[in-house]
Write a protein that binds this ligand. Structure first.
Ligand SMILES: Cc1cc2nc3c(=O)[nH]c(=O)nc-3n(C[C@H](O)[C@H](O)[C@H](O)COP(=O)(O)OP(=O)(O)OC[C@H]3O[C@@H](n4cnc5c(N)ncnc54)[C@H](O)[C@@H]3O)c2cc1C
Length: 517
């Protein structure tokens, strides 16, 4: 592809952050005068958000999006989304002693969910009501946050965002503790929301979990044509507006001069000048490989320290099963967005403890993983996905490199293990319906996302990566931005809007952190 020598903005990566940045730029500037280029090292855009087809089965990598209709409207993009009926998620709780499974529905809206909990757990009614009221008010405080707050903004935030400020250093478990719940099952149910952030409640930042809960209970969806339709539509619109997307070539280096970004060098050696560069690559890749820590260190010591200290999120296994037509997945309550199948929140924490010391707890007595059936929502040949977080990266990446045959055998062993658990407790004859199995390991994620250890959610959503420790979108290198502020499709779209809002002096959101209704 013929490229110009110079662009106003060069965006590294055509995932949701990169494409949203491109679209926000295209909506704010005339691209004939301010050309915009997105560079993607993979052949197709989308990054973590994709859909792959095998033997006629279609599998999405991601499962749920909250209501992003305001952003889509701003981008002038129309896509068909479908909700999850009355139940958007399920907790499939297995009692370790009795070995009995108890399915607990999580309603698709806050009112119904709160009503279900107060009716079924009247002993904790006041705590439940106080919890939802508090979370809703804390979520509303997000409207007062500014991307780069000035003096008066800080005063306003101190005054209006008290709940956010008092909980920003807390884990979700610490946050739940303050409501005085006494019924352990209520705690199990509310803990489901930390699983959606890929962490146990003992680790996950309270703010992220509670606010994500409020957001998803306002509406959660799947694109009817698969998640890949999202990046496809964003790309199409960006190109219609005059933007350029270069695929199949990566950026090798971010070029700077006197602490200011001046362009990028591609893997094929081409150099492109740019006024602004936005990197949406993995945080460590951006700073350690593309920019260089020495350059960052010179530009801002404290930012460089935060990069070094940032804890990265773990990797995962995703077991994809293609099933025959004779199984009725709705019968098992799998026609919802996500089911958490677990022997309890203590198990989840135990699995994380083992992962931290390099192990992988795979026990028939204690387990915790997600079950999703995309086909039960959007149709097509029947599919099931098991999502297992965390997974030990080092072992899998090494094994794939050194002994591919054993790697393939081992990953099928992992698939068998989790399939057996589902057979035992939920779908007894599942094995007889399986026609296809594919397993993504940390090595798969490392290859496709380009993260060194297959990290699924970039920086871990722990309190240590939040608040004053958070890496700001604007880097200390002039005109260089990074989008990895918070994970998820909605935050990735917001990051794109925030970056262009900063570049344009507030033309999109007037310095606010989100677009608003
Ligand atoms: C298994 C899984 C399940 C998930 N489920 C959900 C979910 O249900 N709901 C939800 O909201 N979120 C979910 N997420 C999170 C969400 O998908 C991500 O937070 C979001 O897609 C990140 O988008 P991004 O553009 O910031 O990063 P990415 O998607 O990682 O995109 C970065 C892009 O940059 C490219 N790139 C990297 N280095 C270079 C280079 N040197 N040159 C050029 N290009 C480069 C990469 O190839 C990639 O395409 C999930 C993530 C995973 C992995």
């Amino acid at each position: 592809m013929m490229l110009k020598d110079e662009y106003k903005i060069v965006i590294i990566g055509a995932g949701i952050s990169g494409l949203s940045t491109g679209m926000a730029f295209a909506k704010t500037y005339d691209l004939t005068e301010n050309p915009a280029l997105i560079i993607e090292k993979q052949k197709i855009p989308g990054g973590c958000v994709t859909t792959f087809a095998r033997q006629g089965y279609r599998f999405d990598t991601v499962q749920i999006i909250p209501d992003v209709s305001n952003i889509l409207k701003f981008f002038e993009i129309e896509t068909e989304l479908t909700g999850f009926g009355n139940t958007y998620a399920r907790l499939l709780l297995v009692d370790k002693q009795s070995k009995k499974l108890k399915p607990i529905p999580i309603a698709s809206d806050r009112e119904s969910f709160e009503e279900y909990l107060t009716e079924n757990y009247p002993d904790n009614g006041p705590q439940i009501r106080r919890f939802f009221d508090y979370c809703t008010k804390m979520h509303a405080e997000l409207n007062y946050l500014k991307t780069r707050p000035g003096f008066f903004d800080i005063i306003n935030i101190l005054f209006r965002c008290r709940k956010i400020l008092s909980n920003s250093g807390k884990t979700y478990k610490q946050f739940l503790d303050k409501f005085g719940f006494t019924n352990p099952e209520v705690l199990e149910i509310l803990d489901t929301f930390s699983s959606f952030s890929g962490l146990s409640g003992n680790r996950c930042a309270s703010l992220l979990t509670a606010c994500a809960m409020v957001t998803t209970l306002k509406g959660s969806y799947r694109p009817v044509k698969g998640f890949i339709s999202f990046p496809q539509l964003l790309r199409k619109k960006f190109e219609e507006k005059g933007g350029t997307v270069l695929t199949g070539t990566g950026v090798k280096r971010i070029i700077t001069e006197n602490n200011k970004v001046t362009g990028v060098e591609l893997e094929d050696g081409r150099k492109i000048k740019a006024t602004y560069v936005v990197s949406t690559a993995d945080t460590r890749i951006t700073f350690e490989k593309l920019l260089g820590m020495d350059v960052l260190q010179k530009a801002g010591k404290s930012y460089a320290r935060k990069v070094k200290n940032a804890e990265m999120s773990p990797s995962a296994f995703a077991i994809h099963l293609g099933l025959d037509d004779s199984i009725d997945l709705k019968k098992y309550g799998l026609d919802c967005g996500y089911s958490v199948f677990t022997t309890g929140r203590a198990t989840h924490e135990k699995i994380f403890d083992q992962w931290e010391s390099g192990g992988q707890l795979m026990s028939e007595e204690e387990f915790h993983f997600g079950i999703i059936s995309p086909s039960a929502i959007t149709g097509g040949k029947q599919t099931l996905i098991f999502h297992v977080v965390p997974a030990n990266s080092e072992k899998w990446i090494k094994l794939r490199e050194t002994n591919y045959e054993l790697y393939c055998e081992e990953k099928m062993r992992v698939a068998d293990f989790y399939t057996d658990l589902v057979c035992r407790y939920l779908i007894h004859d599942l094995r007889s319906h399986i026609l296809f199995t594919d397993v993504a390991t940390p090595a798969t994620y490392a290859r496709y996302t380009g993260t060194p250890d297959g990290s699924n959610f970039d920086m871990m959503p722990v309190p240590g990566n939040f608040g004053k420790n958070r890496l700001s979108i604007k880097t200390p290198v002039k005109n260089l931005f990074q989008s990895r502020f918070s994970h998820g499709i909605w935050p990735s779209m917001q990051a794109g809007l925030q970056i262009v809002d900063m570049i344009s002096g507030g033309k999109i959101m007037n310095g606010n952190t989100s677009l608003g209704e």
